[in-house]
Design a protein around this ligand. Sequence first.
Ligand code: FAD
Length: 426
Amino acid sequence: MNLTSAHPRIVIVGASLAGLQAAQTMRRSGFEGEIVMVGAESHYPYDRPPLSKQFLAGAWDEAKLTLRGAVDPAEHDLTWMLGRAATSLDLANREVAIGDERVAYDGLVIATGATPRTLPGVDLEGVHVLRTLDDARSLRSDLAQGEVVQPRRVCVIGAGFIGAEVAATAQQLGHQVTMIEAAEAPLARVLDLETGMAIAELHRSNGVDVRLEVGVEEIHGEDGRVDRVVLGDGTAIATDVVVIGIGVVPSTDWLADSGLELGNGIVCDSTCLAAPRVVVAGDVARWPNQRYGNKMMRVEQWDNALEQGAYVGKRLLACLAQTDPDQTDSDQTDPDQTDSDLEPYTPVPWFWSDQYDRKIQLAGVPSNTAELVHGTLEERRFVQIYSDEDGAFTGAVAWNRPRHAIKARQLLLRGGTLDEAREELA
Ligand SMILES: Cc1cc2nc3c(=O)[nH]c(=O)nc-3n(C[C@H](O)[C@H](O)[C@H](O)COP(=O)(O)OP(=O)(O)OC[C@H]3O[C@@H](n4cnc5c(N)ncnc54)[C@H](O)[C@@H]3O)c2cc1C
């Protein structure tokens, strides 16, 4: 692909996993134009999963948060604009605004991820969310003051994956942890009720006080510092530290007037194209996954950010190649047209979570219909498979059964049936 004579510029907004993967893929594919990485955080890209695990536990320092295969900032000849948030997008003039500055692009990757939801009281000292390295530094210093950990009372609000991992890490550090969840069980809406109850039991058996089916009325403070959490049933829980883990919203505020379709993320087509020359990847992208009957998906998972980032890198180059200067005028196609020879993006989602000595892995898409095919929930080594209303195999969750999880993913990739899943994952 010869794009050099046109000196095109690609702007990537969101300098993290998906954005960096897009940049690396474009360079590896021979793209020689300029790539500008715009990142709201002041850090070069780093890995988020350890923030609630090894980093929070104090077992890893920041040097170990480097992304796999990345990133010597000088590598890949990228232009970094860090600590700078994009503030708006002008599709007609192909410009990204960063405050007063305008950066023109020939192609744009949007990979702005997601932002934690908060609650009133989040500004009190001792109250945290966990998304960024700065969040993690602050929480870690509140949990592990100095070499010796002083046992503290920690309230985790929300038992999603992040909340459950923070609760497990804090408990293992020796703190006194309460985990509060409004639903019937942790992750009941994400996985299934039985697996959610097993997660509740896992935490209880490790000493966490798990409160289910109760909301939070107030995060209360005294002299600017949190001192208790008041629940919907009137119970007050005295606390030193609060972690709010009630989910995230896609980071799309800056695109409000852009003309892009927004709705639980940036809506794209099946090839992750949101507008001519604009592709989207990672936690912020919402696209129809043809593997699952064009179900609109937005996936908050590490593997997806990596895979989709690589995919959109190729997708954008395919758009730009339509202006290849080596082609004759009559060969030229419209660079703004949106069709592409590239196959649609049809991943099998893949997720893991580490809590205590359990590795929970999820392949594919969960449903309300879960069937235990291996092990028992009591021994916490099991495999549940999921199916849809038509009886199609859609996904599997495995606890401390990594080989089963990989097998489930392979089976999903080759379109295996529910009977095959029952047999092969037993
Ligand atoms: C604590 C924690 C633990 C996790 N653990 C797991 C796990 O065990 N397994 C798993 O599969 N996944 C896990 N994840 C999820 C995984 O890390 C995410 O899915 C992944 O980081 C998404 O990558 P991304 O590049 O799409 O977005 P992000 O990593 O969120 O990066 C988006 C970047 O864009 C920047 N940005 C936002 N708006 C703007 C703007 N207007 N201008 C410029 N920059 C902007 C943000 O500051 C951010 O740096 C975890 C996440 C967290 C926070």
